[in-house]
Design a protein around this ligand. Sequence first.
Ligand SMILES: *Cc1c(COP(=O)(O)O)cnc(C)c1O
Length: 378
Amino acid sequence: MIPIALPLLDATEADAARDAVLSGWVSQGPQVAAFEREFANLVGARHACAVSNCTTALHLALLSLDLAPGDEVITASHSFIASANSIRYCGAVPVFADIDPETYNLDPVSVEAAITDRTRAILVIHQMGMPCDVASLSTLADRHNIVLIEDAACAAGSQIKVNGQWEIIGKPHGAIACFSFHPRKVITTGEGGMLTTSDPDVDRRFRLSRQHAMSVPDTVRHGAQQVIFEDYLFVGYNYRMTDVQAAVGRKQLQRLPELVARRRSIAARYDELLGNIDGLRLPTEPNWAMSNWQSYCVRLPDRLDQKAVMQSLLDQGIATRRGIMCSHREAPYRDQKHQDLRQSELAQDHAILLPIYAQMQDGDVEIVADALKKELCG
Ligand SMILES: *Cc1c(COP(=O)(O)O)cnc(C)c1O
């Protein structure tokens, strides 16, 4: 059986988790602080704040905009539903724009068409780890005086060329970037998320919001020689990461360059093996982007039945997934008016994700490619 994904975890992570447990401090503490510093260093961010997952990261990122009911945030429908839901959590309206069928990322033309006088932000997504066109989208955001936030859930270790220099996603290139450490992403802490920003006030608010706006954290009170009483400054949340998760995350972070390199070589191999098949569209990496290849997505010819192809591959022991979901087709968003989202719908209905993970053997890449070729060419 070839799975769709497989996290790379071994005794290194297990030992780190064990040490955290035996330290006696298992909730948010020194491991979380160290993970944040190391993550900030890696992506070149001034501030990084760890949280319980990327959905809570997106919630805190959008809360920092103080959105009013009826305010609009433009995002892709073609994304995991967390992107749209996080906008709803804040009482705002997600306005869906369509994607570019080559990169599966937001199409700046469609985004511009969605801007109204209620638009407060654009929540861009680096879908499947492929950096979106941040340069065009941030120019657009600046021109309309709206904020750019990055859903970088899948994009740990992806890079983008800015003024001729490669930069890691998360600097951030918008106001805030949000990451996920779910096992389906490139590095994992089981559940986990991270927010990066250059703005110290925004970072301070994240740190308060993730623990009920407690003015003095338990870590400080624990080590104090004097009795300290804390205040609760506003309505916050419990969105903390644990020290056990952060200890695992620190080890995963050390592996990130190696994991991305291996994924890039598997993607390149898929490109070679699948390059000349009539009607099969391979994912496109713009020359200013370096994907971490969190997913490798191919678009089947319209004549083929997506589910039948997936079933046939599964019968041969190969797991695949259909194209990224469209939120506007799900119950919470179905009745909302939206512009034409044809490319998003075509991508969901005709694309499939192929197995890709660092431990994947070269022979397995060939098995997948051969099986897919047979579906297409008979
Ligand atoms: C996975 C994912 C999320 C949610 O991340 P969690 O850590 O599971 O909350 C959000 N947005 C996108 C684009 C994702 O792929």
